[in-house]
Design a protein around this ligand. Structure first.
Ligand code: CA
Ligand code: CA
Length: 389
């Protein structure tokens, strides 16, 4: 791995306890990276009638049937593993009773009418490096550097530096997710990948992303409702409430991203949909969009100021990684938690064929292959009884 510091560290400051440092980091995230709560209004819930009460929740039959089927994965020439996602119907957004929900999560029914492939993992540093080396692309962060504070709680200091995807402020290998990728960078990667592979790659729509993330569940996370349920499935800030107004840290966890696939997948076989890095979606963000969204294959507002990102990231609490949580940023925004995964509709309607092999030069982490069994369904808390509300 090549790590390059654009500017040397010029200052080392701030001494304080571990939790104080994390609190400072949280303040930075909330102030420097934008507002984390969604827009919209409390009117949203009333606009679509009642939400499903907890005891009447149904489950997506297509998603559940798919969960029992063999995992269908193909690997493209770059080595990106793509999981086949079946068409289906689901409730997008969150019910009014969901803890920590924002007003822009009005629950509404959505149908994904066409199957598609979605990256099994977030795009990695190694894959992004191939893109940059072959195309000469310079990211938004490289053309417009941004000053950052990088905490080092293990030695009780904060350093200040310019960070890019090459140098995130901690040691990374090629299997880590790329960070500090803007929406512009992510879509440039998709254009390059499309030309290289001879098939169209794109970012998932926001609806496709949430459908794939939930994989048939309606709970706060694909793992259940409790924050602690997420710790086995995603890299979020390693703190949990101690019940006395404070937090305790999870032993053995770091403040960095983790190599992709380090945690349990959801039962579509997708890794890191919760946490690690935020994932850019194709859509413009619309705070009111859910109130009038088309039912079939919604693609977001026709125009806007911000693009959508989903899934939370490694320096935020679990609640930001909820399946329904929405965040957004300008297309050029890139910070420590911004990454992406790719989608393609190419070949998604073709019948299942023999497992595909990896071509020469393929890159990417290991993972389930076509024909392998899907991961076990989530705990009972994350499953729902048949029958829609
Ligand atoms: Ca939000
Ligand atoms: Ca993620």
């Amino acid at each position: 791995m090549t790590t390059r510091r654009i500017l040397p560290v010029f200052a080392i400051a701030f001494r304080g306890p571990w939790l104080g440092l994390l609190a400072a980091l949280g303040v930075w995230l909330l102030s420097g990276c934008g507002e984390l709560s969604g827009g919209g209004s409390r009117r949203d819930a009333e606009a679509v009638g009642r939400d499903c009460p907890p005891d009447e929740e149904g489950e997506s039959s297509a998603a559940m049937a798919s969960a029992a089927a063999p995992l269908r994965v193909r690997t493209n020439r770059l080595g990106i593993k793509l999981v086949w996602i079946p068409p289906g119907e689901f409730l997008m957004g969150s019910p009014r009773y969901e803890e920590d929900r924002d007003d822009d999560e009005t629950q509404h029914r959505v149908r994904i009418t066409r199957p598609f492939y979605l990256g099994q993992y977030e795009v990695t540093v190694g894959q992004f490096r191939r893109f940059v080396s072959e195309s000469g692309y310079r990211t938004d962060r490289e053309t417009t550097p941004v000053w950052e504070e990088i905490p080092h709680p293990e030695i009780d200091v904060v350093e200040y530096r310019y960070c890019t995807w090459r140098d995130p402020g901690f040691t990374q290998t090629d299997d880590f997710p790329v960070t500090r990728a803007s929406w512009n960078d992510a879509t440039a990667f998709c254009r390059w990948l499309s030309a290289r592979e001879g098939e169209e790659y794109r970012l998932p729509t926001e609806a496709e992303w949430e459908y794939a993330c939930r994989a048939g569940t309606r709970t706060r996370f694909s793992t259940g409702n409790a924050d602690t349920s997420l710790f086995r499935a995603g890299q979020v800030i390693p703190l949990i409430p101690n019940g006395m107004g404070g937090y305790v840290s999870q032993p053995g966890r770091t403040l960095n991203t983790s190599p992709v696939g380090s945690f349990d997948p959801n039962h579509f076989g997708l890794y890191d949909v919760h946490g690690n890095v935020w994932e850019w979606c194709a859509d413009w963000y619309g705070a009111e969009y859910y109130r009038h969204s088309p039912t079939e294959d919604p693609e977001g507002p026709a125009s806007g100021e911000h693009r959508v990102m989903r899934g939370g990231c490694y320096v935020l609490y679990a609640r930001y990684a909820r399946s329904a949580n929405r965040y957004r940023g300008s297309p050029s925004l890139a910070f420590g938690g911004t990454g992406f995964r790719v989608a393609t509709s190419a070949g998604a309607t073709a019948p299942l064929t023999a497992p595909t092999g990896r071509a020469d030069g393929a890159m990417g982490p290991p993972g389930p292959r076509a024909g392998e069994t899907r991961p076990a369904p989530p705990a009972a808390e994350g499953r729902r009884r048949p029958g829609a509300c």
